[in-house]
Design a protein around this ligand. Structure first.
Ligand SMILES: Nc1ncnc2c1ncn2[C@@H]1O[C@H](COP(=O)(O)OP(=O)(O)O)[C@@H](O)[C@H]1O
Ligand SMILES: Nc1ccn([C@H]2C[C@H](O)[C@@H](COP(=O)(O)OP(=O)(O)O)O2)c(=O)n1
Length: 422
């Protein structure tokens, strides 16, 4: 039923949508149009000429938790069930400049002699799962492609689906993933993040235990008596070293974020799709905020990572490619949640990538998959660093972390004394 409703709302938009698929590591954009008699349709899909058939699959449940979970499951299912000659790439479709219009899917390139095994798998999928399937067929002159939306059992609208010609489309001004960041990757209130965990309680029992740890309401505007100083930066930039020294020198309390009470569940939520994983980290900030609020009545508080990390990693993961694909400077995506405690100072430690790698090696500990990714993926690291610097309310103050630990400490103490009258 939910599937049919989602289908009904998507179908009339179909010709206004832009489709994006990663081909050979670069995004390729196309749209669809009805062909009128005598009209020339520009050639498209030259980069997939060697394939005779292509397919796209879009996840279309109206329940966003189910949609997020099924998108991840779908990849495993396709990799398991499709013949090895079939090539799978991530794909998305969106209405240009329309917030929350992005739907995610996969693009399949079929290099096999016979389409029947693939079509059997896809037919099976649309019978049982919340997916749309389109096939793309190359015309006789090898240039024209048509997109055909497969009829869907249980949804009469889909029976009337038409064939469209595929036409190239200009790259959008911003990466399509930026359309859906708000409340899918980054949460701007306790309520929004809680809502996600409440709704996945029946699938992930741990979510219910986390909700029990939450403050009854966010500590919005209460101004702590003592300064609250957050230290941010990529892994191995020196946060732990610096926060411990600051704690000792300032006789402060050191609070980690995510808070210790969430550690047992971290690995569990790191495996979940971004919607759930990021809601988990967002809630960690509110639990930490309550701890900060209590401690800062008595003494200064040093915080190891806070909302800058939550937002910067989430935004940098949602978007792909170079930092210019990030939402523009000043976008509402970078705004501090209005109900989250605001620190007095946020320091961002930055480090040359080679030195950071050296420190990581020296430390020799296990790393999260995401942190390993930072090593391998230069662009991801650049996106995280850029996103950190675009967040406002409070913005971070950048400190070069390459000098000795003591020099970095002195530099940060100067900043704290200037800003927090300590
Ligand atoms: N300023 C510095 N100069 C050289 N080495 C440092 C400096 N700060 C930290 N380190 C070392 O680099 C490694 C990573 O530092 P750490 O404080 O654990 O970073 P993070 O908490 O940001 O992951 C540790 O082995 C630490 O001893
Ligand atoms: N306040 C925080 C802290 C971390 N995160 C997320 C962001 C990344 O996905 C990881 C990085 O944390 P990780 O523990 O690997 O980094 P450190 O070792 O603490 O430097 O955690 C967050 O979302 N919010």
């Amino acid at each position: 039923m939910a599937m049919a409703r989602r289908a009904m709302s998507l179908l009339p938009q179909w010709p206004s949508r832009v489709f994006s698929v990663e081909l050979d590591g670069a995004p390729f954009y196309f749209a669809i149009q009805e062909k009128h008699r005598g009209e020339e349709v520009p050639p498209v899909f030259q980069r997939v000429q060697e394939y005779y058939r292509c397919y796209s699959l879009f996840v279309c449940s109206s329940d966003r938790i189910r949609r997020a979970m099924f998108y991840a499951e779908l990849k495993d299912k396709l990799l398991r069930d499709l013949p090895p000659e079939c090539d799978l790439s991530p794909m998305s479709s969106f209405l240009p400049n329309v917030k929350d219009s992005l739907i995610k899917g996969y693009f399949l390139k079929d290099n096999s002699d016979s389409s029947s095994p693939i079509e059997r798998v896809l037919r099976d999928l649309i019978q049982r799962d919340p997916v749309f399937v389109c096939s793309y067929l190359r015309g006789d002159n090898c240039q024209l492609w048509t997109q055909h939306l497969w009829p869907h059992t249980g949804s009469q609208v889909m029976e009337k689906s038409k064939e469209y010609y595929v036409v190239p489309s200009e790259a959008p001004e911003y990466h399509p993933a930026t359309l859906n960041i708000i409340n899918s990757d980054v949460f701007y209130s306790l309520e929004e993040a809680c809502d996600v965990l409440k709704k996945c309680g029946d699938i992930i029992p741990e979510a219910t235990s986390i909700l029990e740890l939450l403050p009854s309401r966010a500590q919005a505007r209460s101004k702590p008596d003592f300064p609250v100083i957050v230290i941010e930066g990529l892994d191995a930039t020196g946060k732990t070293t610096l926060t411990k020294s600051l704690r000792d020198i300032l006789r402060a309390v050191l609070v980690p974020c995510p808070p210790q009470c969430l550690y047992p569940w971290r690995a569990r939520f790191d495996k979940e799709p971004p919607l759930i994983r990021r809601a988990f980290y967002a809630l960690g900030n509110y639990i930490t905020a309550e701890q900060i609020g209590q401690e800062a009545m008595k003494t200064p508080v040093i915080v190891d990572r806070f909302w800058h990390s939550t937002a910067a990693y989430a935004i940098a993961t949602a978007v792909s490619g170079p930092p210019c694909n990030l939402p523009a400077v000043g976008s509402e995506v970078y705004n501090w949640p209005s109900d989250l405690l605001q620190p007095n100072l946020v320091v961002l430690l930055t480090l040359d990538p080679e030195e950071r790698k050296r420190r990581l090696m020296n430390r020799g500990q296990g790393k999260t998959v995401e942190e390993q990714e930072l090593d391998h993926n230069r662009l991801f690291r650049l996106r995280v660093e850029e996103a950190y610097q675009r967040i406002s309310g409070p913005a971070c103050v950048t400190v070069d972390a390459s000098p000795s630990a003591d020099q970095v400490l002195q530099q940060v103490l100067l900043l704290i004394r200037g800003k927090c009258h300590l």
